[in-house]
Design a protein around this ligand. Structure first.
Ligand code: NAP
Length: 252
């Protein structure tokens, strides 16, 4: 029987790689983003190529209305979702303290409140149905003191680690996916200068999605794709945090 996955931010980058990989693996999909045109384009391509069902939900996940719309879809018992991929995200141009506080509120809503609301809906729905899985797309930035973005991602990693243990009883696996630099639209949208990031630090979105799903099968609560980022994350854990903060600041 085909399973169904709901992926937020499925129109580009990592979310789009999850959508293509899961569709190729015979999952029906619910894909979410703000851009209706791009969602319909992705849906049409995946239906034609893999003969799976693809539903589209247009929602701005930095708004309560958008979160509610997607949460409602997650609790639809007629078309149950077995895997939630909390992936939609963005970065603000500029460090905290120089940005508009209203934009920081919207970031908090998108990167923290939205995954929290969607995970709440998914867990309540899945626990009554024999189980499921949640992938929360965080970042290796979670392991470094690096502005508000890294603080939001650290929150997501912490919650995921706890939830994976806590919901084991009801057969729900929760994973925090922590990629390093991935070539997507993310840096351009956030107006970030990444010209100084060496080539060896870049990962491909398809590789990241595959690593995450492989790690989910192995029941890993934290997935860090690639050996180089596993090593960097381990170093960050043992180095003095002032030194980690100085190194991390150069990466932006
Ligand atoms: N790229 C990296 O180096 C990197 C590294 C570590 C972690 N990450 C994380 O990976 C996740 C995906 O990022 P990406 O690199 O794949 O970025 P991306 O290529 O810019 O894709 C972002 C996706 O999220 C959607 N989105 C953005 N804001 C949204 C909103 N308010 N409501 C609903 N959907 C929204 C976008 O579609 P619409 O614009 O149409 O809404 C798009 O589908 C993010 O959580 C990011 O923090 C990225």
């Amino acid at each position: 029987m085909a399973r169904r996955a709901l992926i937020t931010g499925a129109t580009s980058g990592i979310g789009n790689s999850f959508a293509r990989r899961l569709a190729a693996d015979n999952h029906d999909l619910v894909i979410v983003a703000r851009s209706a045109d791009r969602l319909e384009q992705v849906a049409a391509e995946l239906r034609a190529k893999h003969r799976v069902e693809v539903d589209v939900v247009v929602a701005d996940l930095s708004t309560s209305e958008g979160m509610d719309r997607v949460a409602e879809r997650l609790t639809d018992t007629a078309r149950p979702v077995d895997l939630l991929v909390n992936n939609a995200g963005a970065s603000l141009a500029g460090w905290f303290g120089t940005t508009d506080i209203a934009d920081e509120d919207a970031q908090l809503d998108l990167l923290v409140r939205a995954p929290m609301h969607l995970m709440d809906a998914a867990v309540k729905s899945m626990s009554g149905r024999g189980g499921g899985a949640v992938i929360n797309v965080a970042s290796v930035a979670a392991f470094t003191p690096r502005g508000v973005y890294s603080a939001h991602k650290a929150w997501l990693v912490n919650l995921s680690r706890w939830a994976d243990i806590h919901y084991d009883d009801v057969n729900i696996a929760v994973q925090a996916l922590c990629p390093g630099f991935v070539r997507t639209e993310f840096h351009q949208r956030g107006d970030m200068d990444v010209s100084g990031v060496p080539r060896w630090m870049w990962l491909k979105a398809d590789y990241v999605a595959k690593a995450s799903l492989d790690d989910l099968r192995k029941d890993k609560a934290v997935s860090i794709p690639s050996l180089r980022y596993k090593l960097l994350a381990t170093l960050a854990r043992y180095m003095p945090s002032s030194l980690v903060a100085r190194i991390a600041k150069r990466g932006r």
